[in-house]
Design a binder for this molecule. Structure first.
Ligand SMILES: [Zn+2]
Ligand SMILES: [Zn+2]
Length: 434
């Protein structure tokens, strides 16, 4: 019988400022109860700030780029699988793609402890897995609140078994309802309240059945309302390149492949004619488009463009340098030319518009599946025109609003939490301690 358990509750797309507002209005009484003896901080997620890739740090203690998962869609460059890219008509997230890809990476936390996973797409090694079968129905019939109720029902069922040291549950309704309705819609706020209500039941069970428990409530990314869709596909076509894009992936001699993630970031790949001149042409064209934010490319160094501004990032072992070339795209000019560690850069960037940008941009380019060009949209815009139902909110970029996430824990810890990867270390420490 297990007497000590971690309950990891992932509120997909939950925003700190909305939690703050609802707490202040007294609408999240169970969360408020946890906070009386617990901690509440804002930490940084990862790039892309998208469901799936942004879950990797929690369960592997690594960035998505280091697990070769740079988004939810990409193009395989290897000769053998070159035509495959991302081909499912639904989503890589809902199949077993992540877990298969993670087979080559180090162990997940599920493999270290006796674990169960409820609706979470990353569940490699969990002793008990409940797949999100209701996800598709919820997508079609918009029954997301029922999906979350079901998830909490399963969580309670697993808790009663007293078999698992770690139970991970994903709640999808905040993210999904925000995409459909906008982030502050009453239906979205009701999803936060529903979560709180169900949390109360979990707390009661924990108090009754376990000697000790660690409750972690966090999120994978924020969301911002979208008022305009940039037709990136059309813009690239107008540059004269032949292009294919999800969901029409058939390979028939195109020049470019476009793969978006979270709607606010996209990888662009050259299938052929990858020359510096072509890369430059596309970069120049995109940097003049209203709503396009950052354009990232990599040769020996990483290049960052924002409108007419330009900077580079260099990496040497575990240190990074930012050098402003023209203007200051990331707003870090005061530290231009300095070599700093990843944690120092976290501190330096924490008040900028792009928290942890240096480390996050560097990590995504460590994946050989990353695009030749990576694009992000400004808040308020996204990069897709075709989406059913239409998206009214987006995420995926490096902006503060997308990459900052809340983490609420029912205990006080001495460990410093900067990023979602640190939550992995916290869980290990708690379960390893006698
Ligand atoms: Zn998400
Ligand atoms: Zn989403």
């Amino acid at each position: 019988m297990v007497e000590k358990v971690i309950i990891f509750l992932l509120m997909d797309g939950a925003r700190s400022d909305i939690i703050d507002k609802l707490l202040a209005d007294g609408r999240l009484p169970n969360l408020a109860k946890i906070l009386r003896n617990g901690t509440y901080s804002s930490i940084t997620s990862t790039f892309p700030s998208t469901t799936g890739p942004a879950h990797i740090p929690f369960f592997l203690g690594k960035y998505p780029g280091d697990c070769n998962i740079p988004g939810i869609r990409w193009m395989e460059r290897s000769e053998k699988t070159r035509t495959q890219s991302y081909t499912s008509v639904y989503s890589y997230l809902k199949g077993n793609g992540f877990n298969k890809d993670l087979e080559n990476s180090s162990r997940t936390i599920y493999e270290e402890f006796i674990s169960a996973s409820v609706f979470e797409p990353i569940n490699k090694g969990a002793a008990h897995k409940i797949f999100p079968y209701g996800h598709f129905c919820s997508h079609i019939f918009n029954t997301w609140m029922n999906f979350d109720r079901l998830g909490l029902g399963y969580t309670a069922y697993l808790l009663r078994k007293k078999k698992f040291q770690l139970i991970v549950t994903l709640f999808a309704s905040i993210d999904e309802l925000s995409h459909r309705n906008g982030c502050m819609h009453s239906k979205v706020l009701r999803a936060y309240e529903l979560f709180d209500k169900e949390l109360g039941k979990i707390q009661q069970l924990l108090n009754k059945l376990y000697e000790d428990s660690l409750i972690i409530i966090t999120s994978d990314h924020g969301l911002t309302d979208t008022h305009a869709h940039i037709n990136l596909l059309k813009i690239l076509k107008l540059t004269g390149f032949r292009i294919r894009s999800y969901p029409i992936n058939i390979r028939n001699g195109h020049d470019l492949f476009l793969a978006e993630s979270g709607n606010s970031m996209a990888h662009i790949y050259f299938e052929k004619n990858k020359t510096d001149k072509n890369k430059e042409n596309i970069t120049r064209r995109l940097s003049g488009i209203k709503g396009i934010d950052l354009i990232l490319t990599k040769d020996r160094d990483i290049h960052i463009y924002k409108g007419a501004q330009e900077a580079i990032i260099k990496q040497s072992e575990d240190k990074y340098m930012y050098e402003a070339i023209k203007g200051d795209p990331l707003g870090l000019k005061s530290c231009s030319g300095e070599w700093c560690s990843s944690n120092q850069w976290h501190g330096i960037t924490s008040l900028s518009n792009y928290p942890d940008s240096i480390v996050q941009i560097a990590q995504i380019f460590r994946s050989n599946r990353s695009g030749d060009i990576i694009v992000t949209a400004e808040n308020g815009y996204d990069l897709r025109t075709f989406e059913v139902p239409e998206h009214r909110a987006s995420h995926g970029s490096l902006s503060r609003e997308h990459i900052s996430v809340p983490v609420i824990i029912n205990k006080k810890f001495e460990i410093t939490l900067r990023r979602t990867v640190d939550v992995h270390a916290l869980m290990e420490r708690y379960l390893e301690a006698v």
